[in-house]
Design a protein around this ligand. Sequence first.
Ligand code: NAX
Ligand code: K
Length: 499
Amino acid sequence: MPSVADDLPLPLYSAAQVRELDARLIAAGTPGFELMQRAAHAAWRALRQRWPEAGALTVLVGHGNNAGDGYLIAALAQRAGWRVQVLTLAEPARLAGDAAQAHAAALAAGVAMQAWRECAALDGVVVDALLGTGLSGPVREPYAQAIRLLNGSGRPVLAVDIPSGLCADTGRELGVAVRASLTVSFVGLKLGLFCGVAADCVGELRFDDLQAEPALVAAQPARAQRLAATGLARLPARVRSAHKGQFGHVLVIGGDRGFGGAALLSAQSALRAGAGLVSLATRGEHVAAALARQPELMVQALASTYQLPGLAERADVLVVGPGLGQAAWGRSLLSAAAASVRPQVWDADALNLLASGQVGAPAELILTPHPGEAARLLGCTVAEVECDRPAAALALAARYAAVVVLKGAGSLVATPDGRLALCDRGHPAMASAGLGDVLAGLIGALRGQGLPAFDAATLGVWMHACAGERAAQAGRGLAASDLIPHIRDLLESHSPCLA
Ligand SMILES: NC(=O)C1=CN([C@@H]2O[C@H](COP(=O)(O)OP(=O)(O)OC[C@H]3O[C@@H](n4cnc5c(N)ncnc54)[C@H](O)[C@@H]3O)[C@@H](O)[C@H]2O)[C@@H](O)CC1
Ligand SMILES: [K+]
């Protein structure tokens, strides 16, 4: 994910919603050119903070308002005595409105301008003011060529509002996108700064509200909410007379031959996330190993499905799928679980079996697919899921009437009624086997302790990502079980056990 400051706002908007917000600010009395000046000042402040000694600037401009911001940044740098050049990708004659005014201001400040050519030398820090939220469709020439050359130049790059070529709604690369070192975004954070390939394009992310009236901003509907510790549900403190029956009995079902560890990881995660009791229903051959590793678990050998209804009856929440396999054993267990009225978290092969239509969904369900599983559930390709992750998460939630966690960089949580939350925490070292099993157990434990499904999913996703960051400090080679002690620490600091 981009390097994200904790003081960033939580609402995430589509390009259209940010445009509406701009229009509201203008209608409420702040002229568009004034907003553009504020945007330029914010970007110039960030630029000087990041590269105080640079002394030279190249500004790449298109012909929309993003270019307007760029011209004003150039004027500020020129007045500060920096060496400045503006390279124009479109005829300045095509500029209109506020952008034309900004161009005039840059000329008046004495900024040197010339048409961009492939051989143009870039000097100093490069400001990407080519394309902003007005981008539509694949980046056209000569913009695409300019972006490719910029990316290959090794220059430090400040992206104005959003890296050019990155779709503000989905974070997908529209042909080619700028790889920025720093992005300064204005008025409202765009959802696309956190999805798709954004993590590789945005660099450090800063935000400036352009002094927008908070009431006007609050009135603007957002597409999603960014998860942060402050906005997440808390587990209540425990009374001193507490007993284990009050904190949920999680039943983990999974671990066919060869996959015993997956179900064990889920069960251990549930235990360390505060579940009162954790049962593990698995293949007989895994029982001894599971008990040796974690004697607190109630481990049941499941040869067939007849024991399952009784086990499910005694549990408060079921976590089904880690290591379940798709053979007859797993299929029959999943069918038996689906008949239970208990809330359930389905992961891994439970999702693959659901996608194959061999089993129906239970009444209350949280699904935790990675993009491959999501594609199977939606009947589309992984590329189609990845090119619009928010849409995929919402479509899954609607199709299965479930809370859906779409995993991956920028995990999303979606509900059937269109609520969308995004987690911008995590670490690439988390791309490792067993992490999903830990997440499923964690969410199950939170649901079992009484949090509603959406709250359990969002808190679980956030805890898991933060635990992953901590465990990943040592770099590559992270093992899923490394997360588990951190989950416990994080949960305690977020929701202390004692008041
Ligand atoms: N008053 C406002 O609305 C404010 C806008 N601001 C800036 O304005 C930006 C939005 O400005 P605009 O809506 O003018 O749009 P942009 O500046 O993002 O660019 C739109 C232009 O790009 C061209 N274009 C679109 N798709 C293209 C493609 N695929 N390939 C090549 N060219 C393409 C279009 O011809 C269009 O003229 C924001 O990102 C932000 O930087 C800020 O100055 C703050 C205030
Ligand atoms: K830009």
